[in-house]
Design a protein around this ligand. Structure first.
Ligand SMILES: Nc1ncnc2c1ncn2[C@@H]1O[C@H](COP(=O)(O)OP(=O)(O)O)[C@@H](O)[C@H]1O
Ligand SMILES: [Mg+2]
Length: 264
C-alpha cells in the first residue's frame, strides 16, 4: 500500500508516557438483584505504537473496558489515562470502531462519513478534503469517496470506520470485535489491511476479540482476561514477524497457551 503519513502527524518521537494506562480499574453496574461486577481490578499499559489484543470469553467485561477507554462509561474505581491525561469523556485523540458495520451514516457518502469527524475542525475546504483523501488512501479506499455505505461490502464499511478515526489524527484506535460479523475470507483480508494501516501510521491499537487466531495474528501482545468479573489472567508476548502463519510452530505453541487459559 502506498503510504504518505505527512498529514497524519503520527511521526513524533515515542515518549515514555504510555498511550493507554489503566490502574486498579473496577466497574460495577447497578442491577435489580444488587450489582453486576464486570471488571475487578485491571492494570494495563500500552506503549505508543503498540498493538494489543484483549482476548476473553463472552460477557467477561471486554466491552466495558473499551467503553471506559472510549469515554462512554465511567470507571467505578481506579484510573484510566490516555497519553497521561485522565479520560473524562469521548475526546479527540482516541477513536472507536465497533463490530456493527451499520455504524456509518447511511445518508452520507464515504467522503462525508470520513469527513464528519472534522466538522468542528478549523480547516479550509481544501485542507479538509486533503485529510479525507489521505485517510482513504491509508485504508486503501481511494476511488470509493463517492460511494454510499450500502454500495460497500461489510469489510469496506469497517475500513471507512477506521478512516473516520484516522482522519482526526487519533493516536489510539480502539476496536471492539471489529471483524466479528465478516466472513472468514474477508476477515483475513482485513487483518492484512489493518497491519498495513498500523505500520504506516504508528497508531496505538487496542483490539478486542474472542478469536485466539485473530489475536495472535495481529498483536504484539495478547492480554487474556478471566471470566466475569474481568481480571488480567495471562499476558502473551507475540514476537513473530509479519505476515504470520497460523501453521507456524511458535504460533501454535502460543495458541495452546491462550486456549488453556480460556479453559480449552
Ligand atoms: N450498561 C450495562 N448495565 C448493566 N449491566 C451491563 C451493562 N453493560 C454490560 N453489563 C454486564 O456486564 C458484564 C460484562 O459485559 P461486557 O463488558 O459487554 O462483556 P463482553 O464485551 O466481554 O462480552 C455482562 O454481564 C453484562 O451483562
Ligand atoms: Mg462485547
Amino acid at each position: 500500500m502506498k503510504t504518505d503519513i505527512s498529514l497524519m502527524a503520527h511521526g513524533e518521537p515515542r515518549t515514555s508516557t504510555p498511550a493507554i494506562d489503566v490502574r486498579g480499574l473496577r466497574k460495577t453496574y447497578p442491577d435489580p438483584s444488587g450489582e453486576v461486577r464486570a471488571i475487578d481490578g485491571i492494570d494495563l499499559a500500552l506503549g505508543a505504537g503498540e498493538f494489543v489484543c484483549i482476548l476473553g470469553p463472552s460477557g467477561c467485561g471486554k466491552s466495558s473496558l473499551l467503553n471506559i477507554l472510549a469515554g462512554f462509561e465511567n470507571a467505578t474505581e481506579g484510573s484510566a489515562l490516555l497519553g497521561g491525561v485522565p479520560i473524562t469523556g469521548p475526546a479527540h485523540g482516541q477513536g472507536v470502531v465497533f463490530q456493527d458495520t451499520a455504524a456509518l451514516f447511511p445518508w452520507l457518502n464515504v467522503r462525508d462519513n470520513v469527513g464528519f469527524g472534522l466538522r468542528n475542525a478549523a480547516l479550509s475546504r481544501a485542507g479538509r478534503a486533503a485529510k479525507v483523501d489521505e485517510a482513504l488512501r491509508l485504508v486503501g479506499l481511494e476511488g470509493f469517496a463517492r460511494k454510499w455505505p450500502h454500495q460497500l461490502s461489510g469489510g469496506m464499511r469497517q475500513l471507512v470506520s477506521i478512516a473516520r478515526v484516522l482522519v482526526t489524527e487519533s493516536r489510539v484506535l480502539l476496536m471492539d470485535e471489529p471483524f466479528g460479523a465478516l466472513d472468514a475470507l474477508t476477515r483475513q483480508q482485513m487483518h492484512r489491511r489493518l497491519i498495513d494501516i498500523w505500520r504506516a501510521t504508528g497508531v496505538t491499537v487496542l483490539l478486542i476479540t474472542h478469536s485466539v487466531d485473530e489475536a495472535l495474528y495481529l498483536a504484539n501482545r495478547v492480554v487474556v482476561l478471566s471470566p466475569r468479573p474481568a481480571r488480567v489472567a495471562l499476558e502473551i508476548d507475540v514476537p513473530l514477524p509479519f505476515p504470520r502463519e497460523t501453521t507456524d510452530a511458535e504460533f501454535n505453541r502460543l495458541k495452546a497457551l491462550a486456549l488453556r487459559q480460556l479453559g480449552f
